[in-house]
Ligand binder design. Structure first.
Ligand SMILES: NC(=O)c1ccc[n+]([C@@H]2O[C@H](COP(=O)([O-])OP(=O)(O)OC[C@H]3O[C@@H](n4cnc5c(N)ncnc54)[C@H](O)[C@@H]3O)[C@@H](O)[C@H]2O)c1
Length: 367
């Protein structure tokens, strides 16, 4: 198969869908790789490194899209990329079609076979291509939160690690899933006092076993949440209710009773946010202050660390992309149900039931 890797054009997006090591893996499997010149620069990968891995470098995005059998991307096609969509092409990327009817219609109209990273699903229901970005965002949340707590950012001037003879800061992580656990580990690692809340008892048991004496686990309910949040220097919102808007667990009144200069990093903002006071922000203007509390609500945090994010993403996507290239799309979907769940549109139809339901479109089975 001929694999195409275009430069990402979405604002602030510096990741690339394939690292040079990934390109070498496709070559080893007997496939060819076309990379748009400069596609890897934002992630620290040069054209030379891709050439060294056996890829061909081309200048025009149209050439990558036009020649490739399967286009690997990071973000969903942008409006200016719609003209490259052609019948029979395989597109493998984060699609998030449910809220994007226009893109769904375009993929259907152009008979594109579109696989969404976010709907690749293992038998236990887990989403292996979403996990790496939650891991990165969770770890970043402590970095971002530390910055928010500095006085120049409007924060209360607390160093999370404390200092000899001075107490560390208190971090409260709401939601102990993948992002929450990763935030917790980094916070505990720098010596902060950490509490993690969740509503799932078995998850709390797992976190307690894993984190031992490095963090306190607490069953989340209105009373415990309120108590913890009021004492916090930094609150991390990391709740997810699959397929639904995040519940607004922090009321505006509770935020107003937080310590002056405390901070909230609301990772869940991409699903609506855990706080009534949260609204999406950008990398250009990541924070705002409300009720004296610094809010950080960037919806695509992993884009801040493209070198790490690209490698983490490629590590996770590569085996699936190789399987599609080796077996062909339909055979790969049949042989590996996880890939089958990834298929969103095929041959002029929406084929993923949840996506069709969200878009109020008819679902067709490709089998
Ligand atoms: N902003 C970003 O750049 C970015 C990047 C990656 C992920 N995210 C977001 O981070 C959030 C967390 O993702 P994840 O992969 O860790 O999800 P996850 O499913 O692994 O974990 C979510 C956790 O929330 C818990 N939960 C559900 N309801 C709760 C409640 N009422 N109180 C406390 N806990 C509750 C669940 O039990 C679960 O353990 C998601 O909204 C995801 O989209 C944001």
């Amino acid at each position: 198969m001929l694999i195409g890797v275009p430069t990402e054009i979405k604002a602030d997006e510096r990741r690339v869908s394939l690292s040079p090591a990934g390109a070498a893996a496709f070559r080893t499997h007997g496939h060819r790789v076309l990379v748009q010149s400069g596609a890897g620069v934002g992630s620290g990968f040069t054209d030379r490194e891709y050439r060294g891995a056996g890829a061909l470098i081309v200048r025009a995005p149209g050439e990558v899209w036009g020649r490739a059998d399967m286009v690997l991307k990071v973000k969903e096609p942008q409006r200016t990329e719609f003209r490259y969509l052609q019948p029979g092409k395989i597109l493998f990327t984060y699609l998030h079609l449910a809220p994007d009817k226009r893109l769904a219609h375009e993929l259907v109209k152009q008979h594109v076979s579109a696989l969404g990273y976010e709907t690749i699903q293992l038998e236990d229901g887990s989403l292996p291509l979403l996990a790496p970005m939650s891991e990165v965002a969770g770890r970043l949340a402590i970095q971002a939160g530390s910055w928010c707590l500095q006085s120049r950012s409007g924060g209360r001037g607390v160093l999370l690690s404390g200092a000899p003879g001075v107490r560390p800061g208190k971090v409260v992580v709401v939601g102990g899933g993948i992002a929450g656990l990763n935030a917790c580990r980094v916070a505990a690692g720098i010596g902060a006092e950490v509490t993690i809340l969740d509503v799932n008892p078995s998850r709390l048991r797992y976190l307690s076993d894993l984190l031992g004496g490095h963090a306190t686990t607490v069953m989340s309910n209105r009373a415990t949440l309120e108590e913890e949040v009021r004492q916090a220097d930094l609150v991390i919102g990391a709740v997810l209710v699959a397929g639904a808007r995040t519940p607004r667990l922090l009321s505006a009144a509770l935020v107003a009773r937080m310590k002056p200069g405390a901070a909230i990093v609301d990772l869940s903002i991409d699903q609506g946010g855990v706080s009534e006071t949260s609204r999406p922000t950008t990398h250009g203007r990541p924070t705002f202050v409300r009720s004296g509390v610094v809010h950080y609500c960037v919806t695509n945090m992993p884009a801040m660390v493209p070198h790490t994010s690209t490698s983490a993403l490629t590590n996770a996507t590569l085996s699936y992309a190789l399987e599609v290239a080796d077996r062909g799309l339909l055979e790969a979907c049949r042989a590996n149900r996880a890939i089958g769940w990834g298929l969103n549109t095929y041959d002029g139809h929406v084929v993923h039931p949840a996506v069709a339901q969200a878009l109020r479109m008819k679902v067709h089975s490709p089998w």
